[in-house]
Design a protein. Structure first.
Length: 132
């Protein structure tokens, strides 16, 4: 997925970035040796901490589209479950899927379900990569 960096914040030893993606804005901890440049485009992958089952909702899928948004403290995700194995594969955009680990998995998520969840920004790790 790609994002445009709209904000950079240094808190203690961590660099946080705020970026705009095709489906909304996101904030997380930057994991790269190079500091990002404002208004530059980066391609990235996420690592999202393990999510507790009680932090997830299955959403009625009628006219609901994947999205992501941040209020500065948390990032809210909504995506489509595409695969279930040891982890859940969730699609947020045509070129953006994430593997999500759910603990206390005592309920049923089916392939095709739209799920929503939120995660604190400090539990989202952003790994940029080159798309050459």
């Amino acid at each position: 997925m790609r994002m445009v960096i709209k904000g950079i914040e240094r808190i203690e030893k961590y660099t946080y970035v705020v970026g705009n993606t095709d489906i909304g804005n996101i904030k997380g901890v930057w994991h790269d040796s190079e500091i990002p440049v404002l208004n530059s485009i980066y391609f990235f992958e996420l690592l999202i901490r393990e999510i507790d089952r009680h932090e997830i909702s299955i959403v009625n899928a009628d006219h609901i589209f994947p999205c992501v948004s941040s209020n500065g403290e948390q990032v809210f995700f909504r995506g489509i479950c595409e695969e279930i194995d040891d982890m859940y594969v969730v699609r947020f955009a045509p070129d953006w899927i994430e593997m999500i680990e759910i603990k206390n998995d005592d309920f049923v998520i089916h392939k095709g379900n739209v799920i929503s969840f939120s995660v604190n920004c400090d539990s989202i790790f952003i790994y940029p990569y080159r798309n050459d």
